[in-house]
Ligand binder design. Structure first.
Ligand code: GAP
Length: 460
């Protein structure tokens, strides 16, 4: 086979932090993300995903599910509902404690979360933007209310879930009884969560409707520390494995004043972008908070009996909780690069150096010229063959250089070009996105060559 044998190298060289506006513009222009209800003026903190966005999103979700559920014998998955019994949110502590404290600047009218204010501004009661006086803090609950039932007076008020993981505690006993899991084991879920964020912003970073992934790992209390360290390390490596700029990742431990009401200890995996160091995933020591509270509020015994020792106890929980949307945003911020003109590309280009696993389109098939029916037919045949195996795009609009650039900008790792030589010897050019290197391959070798390069990596 005439090919380079290595997997695509990921760029480790540091590049300038990408302004968020560039990502917002690319997302709108190329069909990754659109503002929700745009024709009505939009709703802040809510977004829709376009044709490329939905592919990227699905790839992100699938990779997490594959690496957290399908490749771990001691982890299973569930998919719970968005709406639950309202008592769930009393038991979980969200009705009482899921709040943000806000202050307003009396002068410039800007609004700030108290926990986001620099210490000196808080102490001096001074606006960080204009120096004006701040109001007394006010408290807002973040839960989104909704109603079940149609008849006024009989309707039951409940909430859209404020964190997706509550379903896992609700289903934990059913999972135990219907699977052969024994402590220690984990339950995973990916699902939407809703929060009336008072300061949504920074594009997908802080939204009102977003998607979370959770692992709730149930352990014997005596093993809590061991498993907490285990998942902390594993999740960090997971994130390291999906980005180019691994030096933009670190842990930050929560101080006692910022711990969520359910957590005894918490570490954030943070990513550094133009937004500064920001949380990507939280690793929480939830202990027995959730199962004890649900036992107490529901009157159901949620303790576990060890099949060998017969010891009865409420399992303690290590939670790893991250965001699909933040992964989407951080992957784009990490992968986006504007390359100046070079010998390889005279005009310069914008390239998304996404890992091939995540790339929305894996391969583009391009006839060298649109007006040569033999080239077009062969290219369409190849596209149809590849489409059965991966997302392939056929493109014959504009000159070949522009078509390459179009694919680079959306992160397509491979372009296959059908030219006049193809008609003679059935070989095509395969161009690789990052290095812009080109090799020639026989058409029959293409599927195996590409599949090997876009499949999940088992060593990740
Ligand atoms: N069950 C624990 C929990 O919900 P969290 O730190 O509030 O913990 C977990 O949320 C993850 O969900 C965060 O690390 C982040 O990736 C994502 N997330 C939280 N709030 C978000 C928001 N308003 N918009 C987008 N993603 C959010």
């Amino acid at each position: 086979m005439t090919q380079t044998e290595d997997r695509i190298p990921l760029s480790t060289e540091d590049t300038p932090l990408v302004p968020i506006e560039k990502i917002v513009s690319l997302c709108k222009r190329r069909g990754f993300v659109y503002p929700n209800s745009e024709i009505y003026g939009g709703v802040s903190g809510i977004y829709d995903f376009g044709p490329l966005g939905v592919e990227l999103r699905n790839n992100i979700r699938r990779y997490w599910w594959w690496s957290m559920v399908q490749t771990n014998d001691n982890v299973v998955g569930i998919e719970g509902s968005i709406i639950t019994h309202p008592r769930v949110w009393e038991a979980s502590g969200h009705v009482d404690s899921f709040v943000d404290r806000l202050v307003d600047c009396k002068n410039c009218k800007r609004r700030f979360r108290v926990d986001h204010l620099p210490k000196e501004n808080l102490e001096q009661n001074k606006c960080p933007v204009c120096g004006g006086e701040l109001t007394e803090p006010r408290t807002f609950n973040l839960m989104m209310e909704t109603y079940i039932g149609v008849v006024e007076g009989e309707r039951m008020k409940t909430y859209l879930r404020g964190e997706a993981c509550q379903n896992i505690y609700l289903d934990y006993d059913n999972v135990l009884k219907s699977s052969r899991m024994q402590v220690p084991f984990g339950i995973c879920q990916i699902g939407k969560a809703f929060r009336n964020e008072v300061t949504p912003g920074n594009f997908l970073f802080r939204q009102r409707e977003f998607e979370q992934w959770d692992l709730q790992f149930l352990v014997h209390p005596s093993e809590m520390q061991k498993w907490f360290e285990y998942w902390k390390a594993r999740r960090f490596e997971w994130y390291k494995g999906i980005i180019n700029h691994t030096d933009r990742l670190h842990f930050r431990e929560h101080g006692p004043d910022e711990l969520a009401h359910y957590a005894k200890q918490a570490f954030d995996i943070e990513y550094r972008s133009i937004l500064g160091w920001q949380e990507w995933e939280g690793i929480h020591w939830r202990q027995d908070w959730d199962l004890s509270r649900h036992s107490q509020f529901s009157g159901q015994d949620l303790s576990y009996t060890d099949p060998e020792t017969k010891e009865r106890y409420i399992p303690w929980i290590v939670e790893t909780s991250g965001g699909v949307d933040r992964t989407f945003l951080f992957l784009l911020l990490d992968a986006y690069e504007e390359e100046p003109p070079s010998d390889k590309d005279k005009e310069g280009r914008t390239v998304l150096r996404l890992h091939p696993w995540f790339a929305p389109v894996k391969v583009a098939v391009l006839p060298l010229q649109k007006n040569k029916p033999e080239l077009v037919t062969t290219a369409k045949d190849i596209h149809k063959r590849l489409q059965r195996l991966m997302v392939s795009q056929y493109d014959d609009v504009a000159n070949i250089g522009r078509r390459y650039r179009r694919q680079d900008e959306i992160g397509t790792p491979f372009c296959v070009t059908v030219d006049f030589q193809t008609l003679e010897d059935q070989t095509v050019t395969v161009r690789e996105r990052d290095g812009m290197t080109q090799i020639r391959l026989h058409i029959d070798e293409l599927p195996a060559y590409l599949l090997e390069r876009v499949r999940w990596d088992y060593n990740a």
